[in-house]
Design a protein. Structure first.
Length: 75
């Protein structure tokens, strides 16, 4: 198993990003591309990053962290 920490989701392969989208929002074939594009552009406007657990090129878990907008020492 490996762990990937990334702020920039464009660093992830399209396949891993698709797997992450399915884990985050569930499988919906019509929306996977929309969700991948949403995650790539980080439209939230504040600092955030993902921690992915990957085994045999499959995302088996993730955690999503965002900086607190009021207190940037909190995540």
């Amino acid at each position: 198993m490996e762990f990937i920490v990334t702020e920039v989701l464009t660093d992830l392969s399209d396949d891993l990003l698709g797997q992450l989208a399915v884990l985050r929002w569930g499988y919906n074939k019509e929306k996977i591309e929309q969700w991948k594009n949403h995650m790539r552009k980080n439209s939230f406007g504040f600092k955030c990053f993902y921690l992915l657990a990957v085994k045999n090129n499959c995302v088996i878990g993730f955690a999503y962290f965002c900086e607190n907008e009021i207190n940037n020492k909190q995540w």
